[in-house]
Write a protein that binds this ligand. Structure first.
Ligand code: PHE
Ligand code: CO
Length: 285
């Protein structure tokens, strides 16, 4: 198999999934040879995290979580898929771990969500750098049952393919994919939502982390910036981030519908503005 794993950030660690199992599109059959210890790790992670949700996670997430099915063992993707297909037309596909950008965007554009099929070791109970099945399933999948959120993730995949094409086109716009990846980071991974006047989490990186769930919603240290206007969107796409510590900055949306509307327009001019800040400054001067 010609596929190569993707590595998140700069890392010396070899990628841990077995990529020889992957097809050309990086998907594989869910390896269901989980041990009793694996199921127990999932059960304990699920129990700890679901107990923390009230008052911290957004309502749509709390409402949809039971649709993952049993919480005491690792679920089978095909069981979730039967319910998910009916709700929003999304499907989960198993992957050996992180996959490169273009195959990842291609799956999202087709409403296929890649889920890592292995689980962390007990020693990694509190922290794991790369996504495992608990992060991918518990963090990302419940909101795929929400129609507006589900549409947003597909639009992101389509938009990212477009950004990639722009970056590699005849008049290349440097950095377009990276700019859009920041939006993914500050929404799908670490997004906050204002609900009945209170801040709640909807990002998967927050919802699957016991420490960051409390930090993001309640700590006084991080900045919580609005993601409401086009200027906010540009600020978000210009913000670099760290992958190995709690975020120092979060972006807060008003609703999934508002996020969908904000990201609907063509981003080509946004990428051009951000790639040429001098011309942007000249225009406003
Ligand atoms: N509308 C954006 C574009 O045309 C793509 C996009 C959609 C980006 C949804 C993020 C989320 O490039
Ligand atoms: Co994730």
């Amino acid at each position: 198999m010609a596929v190569k794993p993707a590595i998140y950030g700069a890392s010396e660690r070899p990628p841990r999934g077995d990529y020889s199992r992957a097809r050309d599109d990086y998907t594989c059959a869910q390896n269901q040879a989980y041990t009793a210890a694996d199921h127990d790790t999932y059960r304990r992670l699920y129990a700890r995290q679901s107990a923390l949700l009230p008052g911290l996670a957004c309502g749509a997430f709390v409402d949809a979580l039971p649709r993952l099915g049993a919480s005491d063992a690792i679920p089978r993707f095909e069981d979730i898929n039967a319910r998910l297909r009916e709700a929003t037309g999304w499907q989960l596909v198993a992957v050996p771990g992180l996959i490169p950008e273009v195959p990842f965007f291609t799956l999202l554009a087709k409403r296929k969500f890649p889920v890592t099929d292995w689980i962390r070791t007990p020693a990694e109970f509190d922290y794991i750098v790369e996504p495992d099945i608990f992060h991918d399933l518990f963090g990302h999948v419940p909101l795929l049952f929400d129609p507006s959120y589900a549409d947003h993730v597909q639009a992101y995949g389509q938009g990212a393919l477009k950004a990639h094409a722009l970056e590699h086109g005849s008049t290349p716009v440097a950095g377009a994919v990276e700019m859009l990846s920041r939006l993914y980071w500050y929404t799908i991974e670490f997004g906050l939502l204002r609900e009945n006047g209170e801040v709640r989490a909807y990002g998967a990186g927050i919802l699957s982390s016991p420490g960051e769930l409390v930090h993001s919603v309640q700590a006084s240290a991080p900045r919580r910036l609005p993601l409401r206007s086009t200027a906010d969107l540009l600020a978000c796409m210009a913000s670099t981030y760290k992958i190995d510590s709690y975020q120092q900055q979060y972006f807060v949306i008003d609703s999934f519908e508002a996020l969908l509307a904000l990201t609907q327009p063509d981003f080509t001019p946004h990428y051009q503005t951000l790639a040429n800040p001098a011309s942007g400054a000249a225009r406003t001067a």
